[in-house]
Design a protein around this ligand. Structure first.
Ligand code: ZN
Ligand code: ZN
Length: 416
């Protein structure tokens, strides 16, 4: 079988399965669906078909069954004319606030193990994220083969919990009733905030929210870290650990940063190296006074050194969200309860109270049955309670959801 035949066969197989899924499962359209733009991708095609609109759930469902798209999206925005083909003719009426947390943008050690890039020009390949251009031939046409594992998804879930608990509910006061969490179907989660009060925010306002959550440009002196004179001597006061917002978060982050540092991990920066060495000798005691807002217990560690540590701390405790998804008020996001074409997993809404026990490799599975496929190469993975692989150039019989995952990823093809 030629590579082309293989691919066509895979696409037909997946398309039929996706169609069957949409025949048997009702998708949950977004609120005010008649004001949303919809977009789709199809098996065997690279481009997105967009500027579509559906006035009621039945017509959307009919479309999904008849066309069996590989990926389905809707606008976070509401428009008077969602199907107008020019953006300026759509008449923007507001937009949900959406956050995207994706393992693609998180530091995880697993990516070096299970992700790989291949230069389409010279064939050079390497582990991890793809470089800007090929280190051998300099071409930019580089393909990535990514995988998703427990570590990716656990890291993403931890970030999601931090976003919701530390920022959205605690700092912004958004009620949990107005938060909808969705597993993306691949390596992350989306949060849709549908509060009426936020719909009108423009691009700049949304970017401010992103900056706040990431701690971009955070200046410790605006959060209570100040040098004052006490008679002849200088004293240094800072925020206490139990304060609200970034003040307390900053202190907690600084404490966490120094407690996690030791001799071997001291930054080599000349200005701070010696001060840090002194500070770390008594770090537990220092941490205790920091928590109480007293920042000058170590001689020689002044506001500059704390500023340096504060920057490290912000990286640790700041939220790691993907900026364009939140800031772009015309973006399309995945339709919850549709299928993700890179995995065959369900884009799965997750009630907040079930988040801690939500298991994507179990709860997002969309297919039942078995299939025999030929696997070129695949790492060890789990689907449901069972572990599979690693596989190399072999025929295997797998639960259908596992087979679909490998075929969607381009790691396997249908036998026969
Ligand atoms: Zn190359
Ligand atoms: Zn991983």
């Amino acid at each position: 079988m030629s590579l082309n035949d293989r691919q066509t066969k895979n696409e037909v197989f997946l398309k039929n399965l996706f169609r069957k899924y949409y025949q048997e499962n009702k998708v949950e359209p977004p609120s005010s669906m008649e004001k949303r733009e919809f977009g789709f991708m199809f098996f065997g095609a690279q481009t997105m078909v967009r500027h579509l609109a559906f006035s009621e759930p039945e017509s959307l469902q009919r479309f999904l069954v008849s066309r069996a798209p590989s990926n389905a999206f809707h606008s976070a925005a509401y428009y008077a004319k969602p199907d107008a083909t020019r953006m300026d003719e759509k008449v923007w009426e507001g937009c949900d606030l959406v956050f995207d947390i994706d393992a693609d943008h998180l530091k995880t050690s697993c990516k070096e193990v299970h992700d790989k890039w291949i230069c389409q020009h010279c064939g050079q390949s390497g582990p991890g994220k793809k470089p800007e251009k090929c280190p051998v031939c300099g071409e930019q046409n580089i393909e990535e083969k990514t995988w998703l594992c427990e570590e990716c998804l656990e890291t993403a879930k931890d970030e999601l919990t931090k976003l919701i608990e530390d920022y959205l509910t605690a700092d912004f006061g958004i009620s949990t009733d107005e938060l909808k969490v969705v597993f993306s179907g691949h390596r992350g989660y989306h949060v849709h905030v549908t509060s009426e009060a936020l719909l009108d925010l423009d691009q700049n306002a949304r970017r401010e929210i992103v900056d706040y959550i990431k701690g971009v440009g955070l200046e410790p002196r605006y959060h209570g870290l100040v040098e004052a004179r006490d008679g002849r001597s200088k004293i240094l006061r800072g925020p206490r650990a139990n304060e609200d917002g970034w003040r307390g978060r900053l202190t907690r982050g600084v404490v966490k940063t120094i407690l996690s540092m030791d001799e071997s991990s001291i930054p080599q920066e000349r200005k701070v190296k010696n001060a840090l060495r002194v500070l770390l000798k008594d770090k537990d005691k220092v941490a205790d006074s920091l928590r109480e807002g007293v920042w000058d217990t170590v001689r020689g560690v002044g506001i500059d050194v704390w500023g340096y540590i504060a920057r490290l701390a912000v990286e640790k405790v700041g939220g790691r969200i993907d900026e364009p998804v939140t800031a772009d008020i015309r973006r399309l996001i995945r339709l919850p309860t549709s299928l993700h074409g890179k995995t065959g997993f369900k884009v799965c809404p997750v009630p907040l109270r079930e988040l801690s026990s939500f298991d994507p490799f179990k709860h997002a599975l969309a297919f039942r049955g078995e299939a025999t496929i030929h696997v070129d190469e695949a790492p060890k993975f789990r689907v449901g309670e069972e572990e599979f692989g690693p596989f190399k150039d072999e025929d295997v019989e797998l639960p259908l959801s596992a087979a679909v995952l490998l075929i969607c990823k381009g790691f396997a093809y249908l036998r026969g």
